[in-house]
Design a protein around this ligand. Structure first.
Ligand SMILES: [Zn+2]
Length: 147
C-alpha cells in the first residue's frame, strides 16, 4: 500500500484522533480509505461515518488549498511578514502567492504533498465537511522560498 498522501494530518471530527489509511481489494482493484483509529481499535466513535474514501478527501484538500491561498488569514499573514522583513515587499509576496495559485494544479503530486504538509497542521473530517487548520509559520517560510 502506498503511504497516505495526508499521513498524520487527517483527524476524526468526532473523536479528534488520527484517521489511518486502510484499504480493501475488490475485483483486483485497490480502494483506499481514511478510517477513525478508535473505530479501528474497536473503541466507540460517535461519528455517523467512520470510513471515508481517501481519493475524495485528498481531492477536496488539494482543491481547498487554492481557496486558502486567497483567504483573509493568508493575506493577513503576508501583511505581517512584509512588515517584519525589510528585504521583501508586500507586492513581492502577493506575486509569489499568485504564482503558486497559477501553477498549483500543474505541480506533481509529490510537490503538492510537500506544500500541503508545510501549510496544514490538521485536517478534521466533520459530518458537514472538511475543516483545515493552517500552520501559518511554516507557510511564511514556504512563501519566502517562492519570492
Ligand atoms: Zn472517531
Amino acid at each position: 500500500m502506498t503511504p497516505s498522501f495526508l499521513k498524520g494530518l487527517v483527524h476524526c471530527g468526532s473523536c479528534n484522533v488520527l484517521m489511518h489509511q486502510t484499504c480493501s481489494n475488490k475485483k483486483g482493484l485497490q480502494y483506499r480509505y481514511y478510517t477513525c483509529s478508535n473505530h479501528l481499535k474497536y473503541k466507540s466513535c460517535e461519528a455517523s461515518q467512520h470510513t471515508f474514501p481517501a481519493e475524495i478527501i485528498e481531492k477536496r484538500v488539494v482543491e481547498e488549498i487554492v481557496r486558502i491561498l486567497k483567504s483573509p488569514e493568508v493575506v493577513m499573514s503576508l501583511n505581517r511578514l512584509a512588515e517584519r522583513r525589510k528585504d521583501v515587499s508586500k507586492a513581492d509576496l502577493m506575486t509569489a502567492i499568485k504564482n503558486l495559485n497559477d501553477v498549483w494544479n500543474f505541480l506533481y503530486q509529490a510537490e503538492q504533498r510537500k506544500i500541503i504538509h508545510m501549510l496544514i497542521n490538521k485536517i478534521v473530517i466533520q459530518e458537514n465537511g472538511i475543516k483545515i487548520d493552517l500552520n501559518l509559520e511554516d507557510f511564511e517560510s514556504l512563501i519566502m522560498q517562492l519570492v
